[in-house]
Design a protein around this ligand. Structure first.
Ligand SMILES: Cc1cc2nc3c(=O)[nH]c(=O)nc-3n(C[C@H](O)[C@H](O)[C@H](O)COP(=O)(O)OP(=O)(O)OC[C@H]3O[C@@H](n4cnc5c(N)ncnc54)[C@H](O)[C@@H]3O)c2cc1C
Length: 395
């Protein structure tokens, strides 16, 4: 299809929506992106970008900005929770780049969103709007329309709902099936590196493995900050939201008896910057498209974070929908190709991410070897060149 004649409205200015805005506008499509928040911002936390994600970002021309803002970790190190014994080490950096042809990075989420938004702003055919909370959408012949809480409305050839795990638009058009709490609670902290033990300020990521609990920590912003996610199995999530402020004593009590270096990291968390999340996913949907409305990112396929693939899948979605629109002769056929290409892969990653709980919260075996099993199809996927439509239906 000729991108120049297409208009796409994107709802949600997170990593998925912003990557889609960049990919589509570069393909010549007119894009209007609407975010509910007063500014484009991300939570104060880090993110791991695996080669299947960085491959898309490099293709979209933000590789240099990414490399300048990210850390290229030498390895993933696995340690026992109480005595710091090494229970696995997986090389990253050169080994990953040689094997998959794209880097593995750690980056601050705000830095990632900023560089994506900067690239979108440089596209004359992309417009970004804040303070627009979508309340409902509808599909009419040949177009989709979205209404906003501030009274505004917009219509386009295609509406991409990129409004996250608790997507309003998904519930509006497709299904009322809600994401489910998966028995894990995560505390996320971002800690100034000054004064922390050397074992937690390493450029490698460290995964501390304990019974029914684990902690993933890694450096961001040139090593000036250490990001951690501390995860514990819990039967219930009783909070009325999915993201709540927490206290240092709550997280240190939860990880009592863990190695001194872990406790030092948790204790050093700035008191106003510790958040607690219930971890949710949803069984894979068998349909992401309703007329001219399509889901993308967490709105389509929320998953547990244990394979660090949520954003990566959103970036792949963004690349594939762009390619499908470019290759097809109608929006309907492009959406059908998009869905066919993405359903199977994302369903497999949802299921595999659930299975990783056993890897990180059981003290058996070499963790690096266990994790390496079948990573090739995940890291090696090339959303820029892979087959699309029916031929692209494999992982
Ligand atoms: C603990 C944890 C660690 C993770 N680590 C990683 C990792 O290392 N690597 C990785 O790839 N992924 C990771 N993820 C997953 C990743 O964070 C998500 O998959 C990713 O943020 C999804 O992006 P998105 O754009 O689809 O949704 P979101 O990031 O949720 O963005 C949705 C946007 O839509 C906006 N919005 C919502 N409703 C409306 C509305 N009605 N109108 C307008 N705007 C709206 C929101 O304000 C937001 O800006 C992790 C997740 C968790 C919980």
């Amino acid at each position: 299809m000729d991108g120049d004649s297409l208009e796409v409205v994107i709802v949600g200015g997170g990593i998925g929506g912003m990557t889609a805005a960049l990919a589509l506008s570069q393909a010549g499509v007119s894009v209007r992106l609407y975010e509910q928040a007063p500014q484009f911002s991300e939570i104060g936390a880090g993110i791991m970008l695996t080669p299947n994600a960085t491959r898309v970002l490099i293709h979209l021309g933000v590789g240099a900005a990414l490399a300048a803002n990210a850390i290229r970790p030498p390895a993933s190190i696995y340690r026992r929770y109480d005595n710091a014994e090494l229970v696995g080490e997986a090389p990253l950096a050169d080994v990953i780049e040689k094997k998959y042809g794209a880097p593995y990075f750690h980056i601050h989420r705000t830095d990632l969103l900023d560089l994506l938004a900067g690239a979108v702003r440089s596209q004359s055919n992309a417009q970004l709007f804040t303070n627009h909370r979508a309340t409902e959408c509808r599909h009419e012949t040949g177009k989709a329309t979205v209404n906003f809480a501030n009274g505004a409305t917009d219509s386009a050839d295609l509406l991409l709902a990129c409004d996250g795990v608790h997507s309003t638009l998904r519930a509006n058009v497709l299904t009322s099936a809600q994401p489910r709490f998966r028995g894990q609670v995560a505390w996320r902290g971002l800690v100034p590196a000054d004064g922390l033990p050397a074992s937690v300020t390493t450029e490698s990521s460290v995964v501390w493995i304990g019974p029914d609990r684990h902690i993933v920590q890694y450096a961001v912003r040139n090593g000036s900050l250490v990001n951690y996610v501390a995860i514990a199995a819990k039967d219930e999530w009783e909070e009325d939201g999915w993201n709540r402020p927490s206290t240092i004593s709550e997280v240190t009590d939860e990880f009592e008896g863990w190695h001194d270096d872990v406790v030092a990291l948790l204790r050093a968390t700035p008191a106003d910057a510790l958040y607690k999340w219930g971890l949710f996913d949803r069984d894979p949907l068998d349909c992401w498209v309703f007329g001219r409305v399509a889901l993308l990112g967490d709105a389509a396929h929320p998953m547990l974070p244990f394979m660090a693939q949520g954003s990566a899948m959103a970036m792949e979605d963004a690349m594939i929908i762009t390619r499908c629109l470019d290759a097809a002769d109608s929006v309907e056929s492009a959406l059908s190709d998009y869905q066919a290409t993405r359903l199977g892969r994302t369903a497999q990653i949802i299921t595999r991410s659930r299975g990783q709980t056993n890897l990180y919260q059981k003290l058996t075996g070499n963790k690096a070897e266990q994790r390496a099993q079948s990573l090739d199809p995940v890291f090696g996927y090339d959303a820029v060149t892979c087959p699309i439509g029916r031929e692209g239906e494999t992982i």
